[in-house]
Design a binder for this molecule. Structure first.
Ligand code: ADP
Length: 719
């Protein structure tokens, strides 16, 4: 109902009209609405009274009380009001107001003279000039209305005499004139002052608008400046990357005696700082990729428990060093979330690094997970220095740092900006609650649609507490000194020397290229082959291919400066045991070598322990497994639901077992296997039908994101 009235009141108003015109139109509509209601109300009352009175007096209803004259008067006024509204609706405001004022004057005069003479109804004419003041802008019009209404006011007294003559004297004329004038002037005064304040208001509004425009301009400038800053940092990062790689490489080659503690300490600091710089550069590059939408989320279901547990374990020793109690309270067992593991890991690492940085010694830090109505939440809570309320709004902004003793010497202010970009890209949300001096809690909320709790084969995890003694055991890696044999294949003499130094606990043989390595391998056995990718005469890829053809089972690690995915994938597809990029961490290389050798030893021992018959069976099993999984993937390629989970369900093995088996038998992860199959099929489809649309091809290989698929195709096959 209210809405209907509002619509009637706004009839005929338009945005392009001035405020005052719209206001006057609205007022006229309101007058019409009120007056028509008054008519309806009073006429109904009159009728009811007529009925009742007639019934009481005559005990019957004969309609003798019905006054035709009054009925037609009301009827005419009512219709005139409707016509006024209609004129307004059709933007004929000028005619609408003329009609209204005429109806007002005529109807009141008619009522005072004919319908109900002698009842002082002519006094209603006092309202005519205020109404005209409101509806008309021209002063002359309102004075004209004043003159007419005043003259008509006098008619019942002088021309159409309805009052006793002694009642009418000259004084009445003067008094009436005074009242008419006073009312007119009063309303005129309020109208003028209202116009003045409206003008002032308009000036204020203009000022506010100008200020707003200035602010917007400043904001745009700031944005530009920020973009420039980001570009500058990205370019700078590119420039710094190469010298940094060299510094890292040469620092790794520095080899001081164990007793030279001072130099060893200095080298350790250089390495640590280089790593920190590398991290900052990587974050800046990642962030710029996110800005330019170059990156693509590669989301797949991830067991949130083991994912967080992995991070928990990685950070344990760091927290223990600062004597910070570090706990993982997990209330979300058997839960998968849909994330890009690589990026999400960076977000969690950032939060944990901050907790470590901003929590003083003897404090505590916890990772908590829980469900709520909206989905799953991950909290990283610390009892650190906290952030005050004003600043907590800004910490997700790029390059923003709260000024304190810690940030003076550490950090760059992009960690949380990067974290937020990652979280936003996933359509999750991140919030911070903090109390200055008491601690901080970051909450990542993952909506229900990305959470799956029906994973039957995920092992439940319990609360894990830092165990300082077992930690020591974990971090002290020892290397056996029984001189296992390694063949290093690299054309770079300095590199071979450097590797030899790192691998001093092994018996090393050197080869300059693949061909020389093959010759050496004809008469010698090794526990591991460590080869470069790009070499003259015979490169690493050809060497590996030849070795695989010869069914040589020696584990192979590839060490290379190439960073493209294609090179890495084609090597992994050949079935190598690891792929490390230069510059690499010595520790990383040593661990990779150790793992590859022990795995190889297990296989050799297994071969020794088992009869040829068993081995044959096992090979058959591997072939069967291989063909089963390949045909399942090929059959379901067109479905976007083809995931590691669906395959593990089909193969009746757990996700982790499946990944392990596929990796050992096919040298790839399950996701890589699926992606490769999709890319290959897409390429074939394109070759078969060059007119097929990109969307059709994407649908046929179960990929919803067409752009992503074709980018990958380009990356993989170069066209
Ligand atoms: P930085 O490289 O300075 O750590 P971040 O973007 O990661 O940059 O963090 C931005 C700012 O937020 C930091 O400078 C720090 O003041 C504040 N901050 C982040 N995490 C915490 C925390 N856990 N406790 C207190 N302050 C924090």
């Amino acid at each position: 109902m209210k809405k209907k009235y509002e619509t009637i009141i706004s009839l005929g108003t338009q945005e392009r009209y001035s405020n005052s015109l719209n206001k006057r139109i609205r007022l006229l509509n309101t007058f019409c609405l009120i007056w028509s209601h008054i008519i309806l109300f009073f006429y109904s009352l009159e009728m009811i009274f007529g009925f009742v009175q007639e019934y009481i007096n005559k005990n019957a209803i004969t309609f003798h009380f019905f006054d035709y004259q009054a009925f037609f008067t009301y009827f005419l006024i009512f219709n005139s009001l409707i016509i006024t509204l209609f004129l307004n609706k059709n933007h004929l405001f000028k005619w609408a107001r003329i009609l209204f004022i005429c109806v007002f004057i005529i109807s009141n005069t008619y009522a005072a003279l004919i319908i109900s003479p002698g009842n002082y109804l002519e006094y209603y004419l006092l309202l005519a000039s205020p109404i005209s003041l409101i509806l008309f802008t021209k002063k002359t019009t309102s004075y004209f209305v004043l003159a007419i209404s005043f003259s008509l006011f006098l008619t019942p007294y002088f021309f159409y005499v309805v009052y006793p003559t002694d009642y009418v004297d000259r004084l009445l004329v003067l008094e009436a004139l005074c009242i008419f004038l006073v009312i007119h002037l009063l309303v005129n005064y309020f109208k003028e002052s209202n116009i003045k304040s409206e003008k002032l208001l308009a000036l204020e509004r203009d000022k506010v608008l100008t200020d707003k425009m200035i602010l917007e301009g400043q904001e745009a400038e700031l944005r530009e400046l920020n973009e420039f800053k980001s570009h500058f940092f990205v370019n700078l990062s590119h420039e710094i990357r190469t010298p940094l790689t060299l510094i890292q490489g040469y620092t790794n080659q520095l080899n001081f005696k164990e007793s030279d503690t001072e130099n060893n300490q200095k080298t350790a600091i250089i390495k640590e700082q280089c790593q920190q710089m590398q991290n900052i550069i990587n974050s800046i590059m990642d962030l710029s990729k996110m800005d330019s939408n170059e990156f693509q989320l590669i989301s797949s279901p991830l067991d949130v428990n083991s994912f967080l547990e992995k991070h928990f374990i990685n950070f344990q020793s760091l927290f223990a060093k600062k004597n910070i109690e570090f706990t993982f309270n997990n209330k979300t067992l058997k839960t998968n979330i849909l994330v890009d593991e690589n990026l999400f890991s960076k977000a969690i690492t950032n939060l944990l690094s901050n907790a470590l940085k901003f929590t003083p010694k003897n404090g505590s830090v916890a990772i908590n997970t829980s469900f709520n109505n909206e989905g799953l939440t991950i909290n990283v809570i610390d009892t650190g220095i906290g952030i005050n309320k004003d600043e907590s709004k800004s910490i997700f902004k790029r390059f923003y740092q709260v000024k304190n003793d810690i940030t003076k010497s550490q950090g760059s202010g992009i960690g949380l900006a990067f974290t937020k970009s990652i979280i936003d890209a996933h359509q999750f949300s991140i919030a911070v609650e903090s109390s200055f001096g008491n601690g901080t809690c970051f909450t990542i909320s993952i909506p229900k649609k990305f959470v799956n709790t029906n994973q039957p084969d995920i092992k439940p995890l319990q609360t894990i507490e830092t165990n300082k003694t077992s930690l020591k055991k974990q971090t002290n890696t020892t290397y056996k000194n029984n001189k296992q044999k390694i063949l290093i294949v690299d054309d770079h003499e300095q590199m071979r020397k450097y590797l030899k130094k790192i691998l001093q606990h092994y018996e090393i043989t050197e080869a300059e290229n693949g061909k020389e390595a093959l010759n050496i391998l004809q008469n010698n056995n090794f526990d591991l082959i460590l080869t470069d990718y790009m070499m003259p005469v015979m490169d690493g890829e050809t060497l590996v291919k030849k070795l695989k053809l010869q069914k040589n089972k020696t584990p192979i690690l590839v060490l290379t400066a190439r960073t493209d995915h294609q090179g890495k994938l084609s090597m992994l597809r050949l079935g190598i045991d690891g792929y490390l990029q230069k510059p690499f961490m010595e520790e990383e290389l040593l661990i990779n070598i150790k793992n590859a050798i022990s795995l190889y030893k297990n296989i050799v021992e297994f071969d020794k322990e088992n009869s040829p018959e068993t081995l044959k069976n096992l090979n058959e099993y591997a072939d069967k497994f291989n063909s089963k999984i390949t045909s399942y993937i090929n059959q379901n390629l067109n479905s976007p639901l083809l995931t590691v989970d669906s395959i593990s369900e089909y193969m009746k093995v757990s996700r982790s077992t499946l990944n392990r088996k596929v990796k050992s038998l096919l040298g790839q992860t399950v996701n890589q296997l699926i992606q490769e199959a999709r890319l290959e099929k897409a390429r074939n489809l394109r070759a078969e039908d060059p007119f097929a649309s990109k969307k059709q091809i994407a649908e046929a290989v179960g990929v919803t994101n067409t752009t992503y698929l074709f980018e990958k195709l380009k990356e993989r096959y170069g066209a």
